[in-house]
Design a protein around this ligand. Structure first.
Ligand code: SF4
Length: 71
C-alpha cells in the first residue's frame, strides 16, 4: 500500500494500554494485538493520509488514553 504520508504521527503508550482492543477493532491498519492482548503499533507511527480519520478515531476511543496523535 503506497499511501501519501500525512505528517501525522500516532504514539502508543504501552504502559497505559489495558488491552481493550478497541484500537485494533477501529484501525487494524495501524494497530495489532500481541499474544498478551496488548496493543502494538504497526509500522513506525507515521500515519498515511488516508488513515488520519482512523487514527483519530482510535485515539478518541481508547479508554486508557494510551493513544496520542501529533500533527
Ligand atoms: S484501545 Fe487503548 S487500551 Fe485498548 S488495546 Fe488499544 S491502546 Fe490498549
Amino acid at each position: 500500500m503506497a499511501s501519501r504520508v500525512s505528517g501525522m504521527r500516532v504514539h502508543l503508550d504501552t504502559e497505559k494500554c489495558q488491552g481493550h482492543n478497541r484500537c485494533y477493532a477501529l484501525a487494524p491498519e495501524l494497530f495489532d494485538v500481541d499474544d498478551y492482548g496488548q496493543a502494538v503499533l504497526l509500522g513506525d507511527g507515521d500515519v498515511p493520509a488516508d488513515l488520519e480519520d482512523k487514527a483519530r478515531l482510535a485515539a478518541s476511543n481508547c479508554p486508557e488514553y494510551a493513544i496520542t496523535i501529533s500533527d
